[in-house]
Ligand binder design. Structure first.
Ligand code: AGP
Ligand code: GLU
Length: 611
């Protein structure tokens, strides 16, 4: 998920590697480290920032002509010194850094434990490294061959860089699912998660593809597939500037993260959802499945966008698990001396895992005997640590202050929990369960389809950017999406917007409606659709402007709307992961056309660690 850097050539490697890590800081990370070929392997690593690592190793012998560096975004094993990368193999002769997730690491670890291996860290990375070394020793083969054999058994996403003490000039690299760029210099080579670490040294780059392996020496770059066939490296001329690279070619982190959602939802499902087998595996939930099934009440506790995810989850859990769900603003919950009964289950939802109100709310509930489950993005964060169990959202670092990809990842995790519990309880039929698993599996692709309409939504942003107020309306699963759409608009464009249950409009807000007020309906085709259409008619009758998020092919809503934003068909329970996407884009493009700082909106912080 995070950052890798490598160098081999005539220059001093350490300055290039450490500067490259600083260039990758924008990707967000929790720990960092370097490995240098310096009369044997020297490894320096620790939790914290790159600057702290640098301070920590001032004065050490950092001379080397080959080195690798890593910024970690923990997925397996808390952020601490021993889990930081690079990891060293059992023999100490190999050092490796890794971005990604090895899904079948537990199985590989068991095999190695049976062979007497011990582990210094809790990471999946160290397992892969020792798996490679075991093959190398057992088969008496080269490191390159051992990597090829090992990767054929690996399930998951990776980019790995390896140093071998016995071959000090060579770096071996491989990728599947995580990015790897090789910079081609004169008698030297550079490696990075993107081109930012190499930009000042070379503009000639090779983008490594999935299932490819590279053997890199100062004056040689060999590219192979896992079948050991040599490939011709396709060298491209880089024309991006540094600022653009950090954002992956997007103008802002927020847009990049909106467009990352097909991948991040996929990452969230990876290794957990098996639609064919009909299984959902989440260790941190499985161990509390009984308590959740038998809970009299589930309380979702969160703030902001995460609170909206809790509202969606309320509808899903009540529908699939037939358990009473309450959704609480953490800030209200914590000060109210809440009634907590034995067996209550609290689900704390948080991207940062550090939101003060949510943290104190669950400390309060925990002290009163509740089971605390965390649905958190940052591994090892405070909320994750004080929770009894839970599941990480694996959305990767979210840099934009407005939460986008974390929200849809939260929905994916909460949906998987509800599916698992409902199926186990028998309140969800096997047929509907299997159908929903299949549909959930298809959501990343449907989000990608929803994103293809971004240019149309950018045009709508110019059309509606001068409105003074917006009203966002939805029913059922789409009511929380209306709230989320309104929040996105407020925090990005500074235009006042209000989310409301569509039926509530006639109890007051309809007085606001006139020809200057855009009313955004979240109106995907579902069991509430007919009623929502009537609400559209009520707005039209009062000359209001109707802008609707609709399901592809919904002619009725199209006929009633001034403008539409289209998403693919899907089961209503999963619709929020699609219907929110146009609203994220609308808020983003209005902010851009108003020339506002969409990544860092005024007055806002990414993580509200104050009360
Ligand atoms: C979301 O766009 C906002 N930036 C904010 O509401 C955020 O969701 C809220 O502060 C909760 O943060 P958390 O998910 O990190 O706990
Ligand atoms: N899964 C590995 C770990 O948790 C790599 C995480 C990353 O991509 O930074 O250490």
């Amino acid at each position: 998920m995070c950052g890798i850097v490598g160098y081999t050539g005539p220059r001093e490697a350490y300055p290039i590697v450490i500067k490259g890590l600083r260039r990758l800081e924008y990707r967000g990370y929790d720990s960092t480290g370097v490995a240098l070929q310096n009369n044997g392997l020297k490894v320096y690593k620790k939790k914290g920032k790159v600057a702290e690592l640098e301070e920590n190793i001032v004065g050490k012998d950092l001379h080397a002509h080959a080195g690798i560096g890593h910024t970690r975004w923990a997925t397996h094993g808390e952020p601490n010194d021993r889990n930081a990368h690079p990891h060293q193999s059992a023999s100490g002769k190999l050092a490796m850094i890794h971005n990604g997730i090895i899904e079948n690491y537990a199985q590989l670890k068991n095999e190695l434990l049976k062979k007497g291996y011990t582990f210094k860290s809790d990471t999946d990375t160290e397992v892969l490294l020792n798996f490679i070394e075991e093959i190398m020793v057992n088969n008496e083969c080269s490191l390159e061959e051992a990597v090829r054999v090992a990767l054929k058994r690996v399930v998951g996403a990776y980019v790995i860089l390896l140093l071998n003490e016995d071959d000090p000039e060579t770096i071996i690299a491989a990728r599947k699912g995580s990015p790897l760029v090789i910079g081609v210099g004169k008698g030297e080579h550079f490696l990075g998660s993107d081109a930012s670490p190499m930009l000042e040294y070379t503009k000639e780059v090779v983008y490594v593809n999935d299932y490819e392996l590279a053997i890199i020496r100062p004056d040689e770059l060999i590219l192979k597939n896992l079948g050991n066939e040599k490939l011709t490296p396709y060298v491209q001329k880089l024309d991006l500037e540094l600022a653009a690279i950090e954002k992956g070619g997007y103008d802002h982190f927020m847009l990049k993260e909106i467009f990352e959602q097909p991948q991040t939802i996929q990452d969230c499902l990876r290794g957990r959802l098996d639609a064919d087998a009909g299984t959902i595996t989440m260790a941190g939930i499985d161990q509390y499945a009984e308590q959740i099934m038998n809970a009299k009440r589930i309380v979702m506790v969160a703030c902001g966008t995460s609170w909206h995810a809790g509202l969606v989850a309320e509808y899903i859990f009540e529908e699939l698990c037939r358990i009473n769900v309450e959704v609480e603003y953490a800030s209200e919950f914590r000060y109210r001396n809440p009634v907590i009964s034995e067996g209550d289950v609290i689900i704390a939802i948080s991207q940062s895992g550090e939101t003060a109100d949510t943290l104190v709310a669950i400390e309060t509930a925990k002290a009163k005997g509740a089971i605390i489950l965390g649905v958190v993005n940052v591994v090892g964060s405070s909320i994750a640590r004080i929770s009894h169990g839970g599941a990480y959202t694996h959305a990767g670092p979210e840099i934009g202050v407005a939460s986008t990809k974390a929200f849809t990842a939260q929905l994916a995790v909460l949906t998987m929990i509800a599916l698992k519990i409902g199926h186990a309880k028998g309140t969800l039929s096997n047929e509907r369960y299997m159908g929903l698993l299949k549909e959930l599996n298809a959501i990343p692709e449907k989000v990608a389809v929803a994103l293809t309409h971004s240019e149309h939504i950018r045009k709508l942003a110019s059309k509606y950017k001068d409105a003074r107020d917006f009203l966002y309306l939805g029913r059922g699963y789409n009511f929380p999406v209306a709230l989320e759409g309104a929040l996105k608009l407020k925090e990005i464009s500074y235009i006042h917007a209000e989310g409301y249950p569509a039926a509530e409009m006639k109890h007051g807000p309809i007085a606001l409606v006139d020809e200057t007020l855009p009313v955004v309906f979240v109106a995907t085709r579902d069991s509430y659709h007919e009623k929502v259409v009537s609400n559209m008619q009520e707005i039209k009758a009062r000359k209001g402007m109707v802008v609707s998020v609709i399901t592809e092919g919904d002619e009725t809503s199209t006929g009633l709307s001034n403008d539409v934003m289209i998403v693919p068909e899907c089961d209503e329970i999963l619709a929020p992961m699609l219907s929110v996407v146009p609203l994220q884009l609308l808020a983003y493009y209005i902010g851009v056309v108003k020339d506002l700082d969409v990544d860092k909106p005024r007055n806002l912080a990414k993580s509200v660690t104050v009360e």
